[in-house]
Design a protein around this ligand. Sequence first.
Ligand code: NDP
Length: 412
Amino acid sequence: MSTVLIIGAGGVGSVTAHKCAMNAGVFTKIHLASRTIEKPSAIKKDIKKRWGVNIQTHVVDANKSKEVAALIRKTKPSVVINVALPYQDLAIMDACLATVVHYVDTANYEPRDVAHFEYSWQWKYHDRFKKKGIMAILGAGFDPGVTNAYCAYILKKYFDKVRFVDILDANAGSHDKSFATNFNPEINIREVTQAVKHWRKGKGKGTWVKTPAVMNKDSVHFTFNYPIAGPKESYLLFHEEMESLAKNLLGLERMRFWMTFSENYLTHLRVMENIGITRIDSVDYEGKKIVPIQFLKKLLPDPASLATKYTGKTVIGCIVTGVKGKKESTKYIYNVCDHAKCFKEVGSQAISYTAGVPPVIAAMMILQGKWKGAGVFNVEELDPESFLKALAKNGLPHKIINYKPLPAHLGQ
Ligand code: NDP
């Protein structure tokens, strides 16, 4: 008998709520809260229709820790799943500390006025969570999240130590819009317009090697032949799981993250950047202050709305080279997810699905006592086996094949 409180009812939150309802034996009471009531209400209706489960809906401003704490006291959850925006992470963690409730999220904290995300702010909560005897699981989406578990699983099953990791994320799907982002436009554009870095072991400690941003003409990219999806241009990008993996995968020598982008997507992005509409500072417009990227978000399609016409697949996984005894080998572990199949199952596209299912499984791991501990954790620090097994049962299976390392010179 466990109650869950989900905060955020966008593309990802909808999948999370559906999957909790599909696991009603674990999540016996489900509460869904968001900034306004419209999205939770629509999800509640759909969940009742598809799964015959009644969920409770609420309004909360998750920027306000006290408001979140009051909602937690009212709904009495065993775990809070935060699938709102990264800006709210710290306020929700504070509320979990105040009410002594476990916490799970899918994206690391980012201050609204600086386009910069890193774990340091949330890692600082470790001692306070530890003292209260509760867990905070950070970045438990697909990437970050499942990709962290993939690395931990490959290390545990095949190697004594890992040498190289390449994480590859392909969306080989298509929708009917000329430009749209697959998750929250503001967060997505902030992520892909940033400077790129990847990790290499230098002399002594590792270093972050900087390369040009994705849409820059000098960006680092190559064609990777994805299983099922085929050859796709893949761009070097900084992604948050690298920060924790660099710390937790001892002995690591090189780690890179690659994401596919179409030329059409990059061209739109370049134009938007050039005309200043991706700016995150406020500008005066006829006596009113507006933040261009927030205005842009209003104009762009809601990522959840892409689901109806989305076809094709996502292929996300890790190529991991490691050593067992004296023998070196390389494994490729990945998941293939079909947009149309996700839509049929829960009414969402595959990006929302791959991000929305894992936090449910992470919460399940805590509630079933498969993940134990007190403090703040990244996914690779916890048992990957039970997590990946439950994930496979809940729509995200993986495949492992023998592979070869990607060329070392890429990004050098
Ligand atoms: P959406 O913008 O679609 O949804 C965000 C939800 O949070 C909306 O319901 C929104 O309400 C609500 N919200 C925003 N501000 C507040 C607030 N102050 N208080 C309460 N609720 C609020 O985003 P997505 O669903 O696309 O993404 C959700 C999260 O998932 C993001 O943090 C994103 O980075 C993460 N993500 C993680 C991935 C992974 O693999 N790890 C992949 C994809 C996404 P409203 O719409 O009314 O503003």
